[in-house]
Design a binder for this molecule. Sequence first.
Ligand code: URA
Length: 241
Amino acid sequence: MLLSVRQRRILADMGIPVWRSRDTSATGIGPPGAEVSAAGVPAAAPEVGSGAQDSAVETLDWEALEARVRGCQACTELARERTQTVFGVGDRRARWLFIGEAPGAEEDRRGEPFVGRAGQLLDNMLLALGLDRHHDVFIANVLKCRPPGNRDPKPEESAACRGYLDRQIALIQPEVIVALGRIAAQSLLESEEPLGRLRGSEHRYQGVPLVATYHPAYLLRKPGDKARAWQDLQRARSCLA
Ligand code: URA
């Protein structure tokens, strides 16, 4: 894999060794010589309506789905507190689907996932893979609305929103899903295992290979784990046809 100067800088920043081959000008990643580079069942919570749990969602096209999400009032508290819904961004025929937990304050303001500091790191991780958020990548969240105060999504909220994500997956038909962080991974895999146990194993969601990795916000706090995240992304890349 040939790397640009910017990609090399990002990889170096992620703590990933970058080598230059002696006999060619090719630049690689990793050791010299080897290019390596829950959700719960909805409790009948009074404040959460049916949301995406309506079989009609399974038939919606992109425009109808986006409109449906925009008008969703299923989670009364989230609908009341949000500035806007955050549908997702990217290539609607992408091979890569990245899924985070929920929009934060900046995402709620701008209507796009991962646009804060964590988003900048995600963009750099994509760049290191030779990708960007508009080409061959779609980025979405388990929840389409910001939980007030950036609290964790409630299981009944994740369940109410799941049909929207599932419809997005059915429309995109990605070749690999990368779950960003514990909350997204546990929710998608309906697991209570810690992220450390979910990383490194083969999973599937909706029949699509799923790789769990660290959330970029965590990596901002613990940059020493960036190299592990890079290993996860390499594993995800190996899932591509
Ligand atoms: N964290 C997430 O999980 N999703 C976003 O869109 C932003 C931050």
